[in-house]
Design a protein around this ligand. Structure first.
Ligand SMILES: Nc1ncnc2c1ncn2[C@@H]1O[C@H](COP(=O)(O)OP(=O)(O)O)[C@@H](O)[C@H]1O
Ligand SMILES: [Mg+2]
Length: 290
């Protein structure tokens, strides 16, 4: 495996080589002050009596890709769903603490969860196009949002951004379900960005895809981060290393009676993969645990 770490980001004494880290070609300026789109503090999520995650605090920087990694069941999806109030749709879920979005408390009573989900779109593990035409999949969100501009242009623009236009421009009336898995996932990304969101959440978006389709989505993410802030849950550490600017590593208390997840540490992806602060992170990243 090759190791390409930006020399400026690696101090002289921190050359521990664990996993290949290839800094994205358009890597963000990680040393700069940057703007936080989200600030999470003291976040606890419960499903009924079960506490799924505890005391999560982390910032999300604008126009970066932030990866959530960690063993299955440590609460990555649970935390991700807090960023657009998707947990509201799970009856037994209860969210405590603060998720602030551009300084606004996302969970305050006067925030409309539907508007939140327009601004903060989501792409799921299994591509889930609607049983509608390719065109209607993309037009769906803008239409229910009352968009009254030129829909053809908007659909084209979203499909171009999602790197799907060339493959579908001659068959926009065909079903979205007839596309390949990778194309379906890009259609779901087009659908998510058609409503002009600010943030796109992706929960293991490539886990149902083959390696070539996976690389296309990763390439697409790197292009999209110029326009959007992206959060991705992935169990593929190479993927986190390839695409993300920052990585948050979650784990679970295995000895406790309840398997409550928590954030072990978060840092630039380069640091997390070459010089993590916590032994636990190093063990996970080098495959000794998880
Ligand atoms: N809808 C739900 N109802 C009850 N428990 C849930 C629900 N979703 C997740 N959990 C539990 O919360 C914990 C964290 O799950 P999840 O966020 O899916 O973890 P990850 O995405 O890291 O695999 C697990 O113990 C899981 O069983
Ligand atoms: Mg999950």
């Amino acid at each position: 495996m090759t190791q390409e770490v930006q020399p400026s980001e690696v101090g002289n004494d921190r050359q521990a080589e664990t996993v290949a880290v290839v800094a994205p070609s358009n890597a963000a300026d990680l040393d700069g002050e940057g703007v936080n789109v989200f600030e999470v503090d003291q976040l606890d999520v419960f499903y009924g009596d079960f506490q799924a995650v505890r005391d999560i605090a982390l910032p999300i920087r604008k126009n970066e890709i932030t990866a959530f990694i960690g063993p299955s069941g440590c609460g990555k999806s649970t935390v991700l769903r807090c960023f657009n109030r998707m947990n509201d749709l799970i009856e037994i879920a209860r969210v405590q603490g603060t998720v602030s979005y551009h300084g606004i408390d996302l969970y305050s009573d006067d925030v409309d969860p539907v508007e939140v989900r327009r601004r903060i779109g989501m792409v799921f593990q299994k591509p889930n196009p609607f049983p509608k035409s390719i065109y209607e999949n993309v037009a769906f969100g803008p239409r229910i949002g009352g968009y009254n501009g030129n829909m053809d242009d908007l659909v084209e623009e979203a499909l171009v951004k999602a790197a799907l236009w060339d493959e579908v421009k001659d068959k926009l009336d065909e079903s979205g379900m007839a596309l390949s898995g990778g194309q379906q996932q890009r259609l779901c990304i087009a659908r998510a960005i058609a409503t002009s969101p600010d943030v796109v959440l992706m929960d293991e978006p490539c886990s149902a895809l083959d390696p070539i389709a996976t690389l296309r989505i990763e390439e697409l993410m790197l292009n999209l981060k110029n326009d959007y802030t992206i959060l991705i849950v992935t169990h593929n550490m190479q993927q986190a290393a390839r695409v993300s600017d920052r990585t948050a590593f979650f784990s679970v208390d295995v000895e406790a009676t309840q398997r409550t997840g928590y954030l072990v540490e978060m840092g630039t992806t380069t640091d997390m993969f070459t010089n993590p602060t916590e032994q636990q992170t190093e063990d996970y990243i080098t495959g000794r645990f998880g």
